[in-house]
Design a protein around this ligand. Structure first.
Ligand code: HSE
Length: 329
């Protein structure tokens, strides 16, 4: 019996397209732990199941030619390969097309969105119905490729949606905890036209921290999670303090402090670095204040000679999604 007829009996699609959105990781005090999913922009990945036994990266678009085309060096094909290795049947292979919508090196989880879209599409054609949490480790392989570390705080929210905490559970294992997302919470993201490589932004961080700083950070996290649980947006805005990471990274972002101040002055609850930057995010209690905060931050960057890209979004509760799929043959 051919692979194709077997698949027709078992219902595996022959191809699928999935999309996955930008994310804001760290969220102030939650370095490598907290993240939330935006509704846009979204990368999309099409995969086609083959009988080649290997992964081929057919095309990459929307990146201006900046991303690697070799399958072992691209986050999307690396994540697809990880899904193939875990869920594929003997002889299964994949062809992969990546369409980028996220800006590269933005701190909005660009590599994560590509990896998550690829893993979702690959999971759909190799093991339809697989629980999306089962794809998390494959997505993290994309992050390992991009940054040297399989940090989960972008891929987990992009995959699952909402606001999540990634709790380390020994070795590289993490337990992903979904946190409540208060009604009315909006996110403004403004990316100045500077590039920050996540690997560089990680390299500047100290290996050890003073106990007093760790305690301060724990208190901010407690405030943050309590604010989500109680739907207390004002407390949420007061709980974005970060003494462990931001002080070392803000030098990469021209006008960072002024941008945060401008966002708060325009009505935002609070602000901070999105992921490893250079995007600055602000949380707001409604869309008008989110847009006003975005405008204010954009003006700060503009006054320093930097063009800036604006994204204003709610927290997306759904995460990655299958956009289309087709039977084999
Ligand atoms: N937690 C990661 C970091 C997110 O801050 O390095 C990267 O977007």
């Amino acid at each position: 019996m051919s692979t194709k007829s077997t698949d027709n009996h078992s219902g595996r699609p022959g191809s699928a397209t999935a999309s996955a959105a930008a994310t804001v990781a760290n969220l102030g005090p939650g370095y490598d732990v907290l993240g939330l999913c935006l509704s846009a922009p979204r990368d999309s990945v099409r995969v086609e199941r083959t009988g080649s036994g290997s992964v081929e990266l057919v095309a990459v678009s929307g990146d201006g030619g900046a991303l690697p085309r070799q399958p072992h060096r691209n986050c999307a094909s690396v994540a697809a390969r990880a899904v193939l290795e875990r869920f594929g049947r003997p002889g299964d292979g994949l062809r992969v097309w990546l369409n980028k919508a996220l800006p590269l090196g933005s701190g909005m989880g660009s590599s994560a969105a590509s990896a998550v879209a690829a893993a979702m599409a690959a999971g759909h054609v190799l093991a339809p119905g697989v629980a999306r949490l089962e794809l998390l480790d494959a997505c993290r392989e994309g992050e390992r490729l991009a940054t040297g570390v399989p940090h989960p705080d972008n891929v987990a929210p992009s995959l699952l949606g909402g606001i999540v905490a990634c709790v380390p559970r020994g070795g590289e294992a993490v337990e992903v905890v979904r946190l409540p997302s208060p009604a009315g919470l909006w996110v403004a993201c403004v990316k100045p036209d500077v590039t920050v490589r996540t690997a560089d932004a990680r390299a500047v961080l100290p290996e050890t921290v003073p106990l007093a700083d760790a305690v301060r950070q724990l208190a901010e996290i407690a405030g943050f999670v309590g604010a989500l649980a109680n739907g207390d947006l004002e407390l949420l805005g007061r709980s974005l303090g970060d003494v462990l990471v931001t002080p070392y990274r803000e030098r990469f972002i021209p006008g960072f402090r002024a941008a945060c101040d401008a966002a708060r002055g325009a009505g935002a609850l609070g602000a901070g670095i999105s992921g490893s930057g250079p995007t600055v995010f602000a949380l707001a209690g409604d869309e008008p204040r989110a847009r006003a905060a975005a405008d204010a931050m954009q003006a700060v960057f503009g006054s320093r000679g930097h063009r800036a890209l604006v994204t204003v979004s709610v927290v997306d509760p759904s995460g990655a999604r299958i956009e289309s799929s087709a039977p084999s043959g």
